[in-house]
Design a protein around this ligand. Structure first.
Ligand code: ING
Length: 307
């Protein structure tokens, strides 16, 4: 199928959801012109990356979340996608009727029906203001860890899965999806170009680790990966680009050239995942689970006894 990573340029704190949705609809129209079947929007696609802000006013925090999806602001997006017959992935901040908050992503089919939901499991950063950081990363303040696991769905003639941003850095994310036969993993990310705790770490190193995570995940589970950034400078804070599509051999087949709204398009043959799954990563033939107990048996490191 023809897939587009719909990279988002910066969203300023003052930008309205309506203005953002208009930009997203423009990307949908461009994807239609390129005969795309699936469009992957980014993480927290409707707002600025608000976890960089330490907020104490509940009303200010709530304003960053969606109480329903589609909402009044996003319904035009769902309608345009349905008109185009394009399926899409969308990341947003979810506030449930019970008052629970998640960093969420959904999969919407060509008919505009939401067929899958994922809630970000690996929340980076911290919960309280950290004066030692050059900027904040308060995802542990504003979201609960996801409670839906790492599901896959049969859609678009294949097996699709989702993850979100920091999830891509954890091999467990990819392997749990791989153990369900995933053929394409779609994700969004909002990644600061610099490390708030390590001034020397700049965009090049961040980009290296981003690519490494996607290529390893794709190769080691013989799956396609489609990753869409929110990037550019948001209220003075730079986010990195690098939206890309990686094939089941771990090769980058398409990559963004800008730090703005941009479609990164590739034709993805899901059958290309079969060879790896039937040979080097035929899990049934090669894995030895009797030796993997630590992976789910312990959370942190247990060091060997001192000499
Ligand atoms: N952002 C970053 C990410 O995982 C981060 C946070 C960057 C954590 C670099 C560790 C290292 O890409 C989000 N939103 O998770």
């Amino acid at each position: 199928m023809r897939v587009a990573a719909a990279q988002s340029g910066p969203i300023q704190k003052a930008d309205s959801r309506q203005a953002v949705v208009r930009r997203m609809i423009d990307l949908l129209d461009r994807a239609k012109a390129q005969r795309c079947d699936l469009v992957v929007f980014t993480e927290l696609a409707l707002t600025t990356f608000f976890p960089r802000w330490h907020m104490t006013d509940p009303a200010e925090v709530d304003a960053c979340f969606e109480r329903e999806m589609p909402s009044a602001a996003t319904r035009p997006l769902f309608e345009r996608a349905r008109e185009h017959g394009i399926a899409f992935h969308l990341g947003y901040a979810e506030l449930t009727p019970e008052g629970r908050r998640f960093n969420t992503a959904i999969l919407v089919d060509r008919g505009g029906r939401t067929i899958g939901k994922y809630r970000k499991v690996h929340l980076p950063g911290h919960a309280e203001f950290d004066p030692a950081r050059s900027f904040q990363h308060l995802e542990k303040r504003y979201f609960e860890p996801g409670d839906l696991g790492f599901p896959v769905w049969r859609a678009m003639g294949g097996i699709l899965g989702m993850c979100i941003c920091n999830d891509r850095r954890w091999p467990e994310t990819w392997r749990v999806l791989g153990l369900q036969g995933v053929e394409m993993v779609v994700l969004g990310y909002n990644t600061p170009s610099v490390n708030s705790q390590k001034p020397g770490e700049g965009p090049q190193q961040r980009m290296f680790q981003h690519r490494l995570s996607l290529q390893a995940g794709a190769y080691q589970n013989s799956t396609w990966v489609v990753a869409a950034a929110k990037c550019g400078v948001e209220d003075g804070h730079p986010l990195m680009g690098g939206s890309m599509i990686v094939n089941p051999d771990g090769e980058v087949v398409a990559e963004a050239a800008t730090l703005d709204d941009e479609l990164v398009v590739a034709d993805c043959d899901l059958d290309a995942t079969a060879f790896g799954k039937q040979t080097v990563f035929d899990f049934a033939r090669h894995r030895r689970v009797e030796h993997y107990g630590r992976i789910t048996g312990q959370t942190g490191v247990i060091l060997p006894p001192e000499e």
